[in-house]
Every structure is written in C-alpha cells, then in structure tokens.
Write a protein of this length. Structure first.
Length: 252
C-alpha cells in the first residue's frame, strides 16, 4: 500500500511514518509534503498514492483548499489537533478523522476501515481494476497554483499562453498578458504538460497551441510564430532542430 503524508510539522510527520510502518510492514510511504501548494502539485503527478494521511492546518492554509483547487480521487485519513473540522472533512474524501496525538490503536482501526472500503491486496481483480482506472485518468498537469503576495491563485493550463525564461526564472503568461513565476524548470514542464496542447519551441519557451495566431518563415530554416496577447516586439522563434516536429505537431 502506498501512502502520502501531508503534514507541516516534521516531528509529527516522522512519528506518523514510524507508526505507519510499525502497524503494517507492507506500507510504503511515498513522501511527506508540507504545504497546500506542494500537495496540489504532487497530486497531479502519477502514480497516485492509495491513501493520504493529511493534516488539516498546513503552513500556507487549510488542506480543504486542495479539494477546492483540484479533483482528489484518493481516500484520505485526516489528522489534526482540533475537532472543529470534522463535518467539513467528511464532506470530502474522508475515511476517518484522527485527533493528535495519534495512537497505534486508532491508526490500526482507521487503516482497517480504509482496506475494507477501498483496498484489498488479496483481491487481484480489484487491484488491477484500480490500476486500469488510474491509467485512463488524465496524467498531465491541468492547473498551476501561483502565489501573488500573500494570496494564491489557481491557473488552468488551458488559460496559459506560454511558459518562458526570464533572467533564469521560469514564468507562465496567461491570456490577460500577465506573467507569474512558477517553481518548475522547462524540462520538468515538458514532461507534465499535455503534448497535444503544449510544444517546446526552443530552450526558453513552451507554447500553447491555442495561443498561436500566425506562423512566418524565418532565417536559416526556422519559423517565427505570433502569439495572442503578446507585445509586437516579442520574438518567438522555433529553433531549427524543432521545426520538423513542430510542423507535425501543429498539423495533427
């Protein structure tokens, strides 16, 4: 069983990881994430965990912001020092609600409840069916959480014109022409974006097919493209080695 821990207090996270492994040696902890933003980003990358152990109060907000931003198809056991969020927790993917400090007996009961409802490693058909469903889910990143001062905004990939590098930092530009910094390299973005919609035209830019308005011949067998909502003096050039693949991509 693969478990993701969402917990902002590292001593509590380490204690929970040890307790999980003590109660069931078959459990594999996929990692620990500490913030709403990290959790949103991680839960848009496959493979997904079988179960999430999730604290409610994280460094950058309440965990319920995760469910408001993306669709979470993974069962959750909530862990918290407060009981005021019980009702809200059971409106989302809650299997159980454990109050801190978590004791072994409560954890065992919650895990047994999870197995009964969602997971049975002795039933190969059920496990294969779950894997098949995961394979048919959208495996590409559909939203980006960006920070604006002390606030956050979720930008759908469909509303992004392009990604570009400026002074070694990576930015996304939306269709309103606004740039926002993202904590990803272009290499990573190239892996997590839908290749039917996004294409890396050179070392410094990935474009959305829906943002392309015109294409022009350029020097040395290259192509220049015009993007919507960009300044006239901005130059977007498909590098020579990318031209053939770009033409195939744009013609699908």
């Amino acid at each position: 069983m693969n478990v993701l821990v969402v917990e902002n207090e590292m001593p509590a996270a380490e204690k929970l990881v040890k307790l999980l492994k003590k109660t069931d040696r078959s459990i594999s902890v996929m990692g620990v994430v500490e913030t709403v933003e990290e959790a949103i980003n991680r839960l848009q990358i496959r493979p997904l965990p079988d179960l999430i152990m999730m604290d409610i109060q994280l460094d950058d907000g309440l965990c319920f912001e995760i469910f408001e931003t993306i669709t979470v198809d993974v069962p959750v056991i909530f862990t918290t020092a407060y009981d005021e969020y019980t009702l809200k927790a059971f409106k989302v993917n809650s299997v159980d609600y454990l109050l801190k400090p978590i004791d072994e007996k409560s954890l065992v009961t919650a895990l047994e409840k999870f197995r009964k409802l969602y997971y049975n490693d002795k039933d190969p058909f059920r496990r294969d069916f779950r894997q098949l469903i995961n394979e048919f889910r959208n495996q590409y990143k559909s939203r980006f959480l960006i920070k604006i001062g002390e606030k956050f905004r979720s930008v759908p990939a469909s509303e992004i014109s392009h990604f570009h590098i400026n002074e070694r930092n990576v930015f996304l530009r939306d269709y309103q022409g606004k740039d926002y910094g993202v904590d990803y390299s272009l290499d990573h973005l190239q892996d997590v974006l839908d290749p039917r919609k996004f294409f890396r035209i050179n070392r410094e830019c990935i474009v959305n097919i829906d943002s392309i308005s015109l294409m022009h011949s350029y020097s040395s067998s290259r192509l220049q493209i015009s993007l919507k909502n960009t300044e006239k003096n901005e130059l977007f050039v498909v590098s020579r080695e990318k031209v053939a693949d770009f033409k195939k991509w744009i013609d699908k």
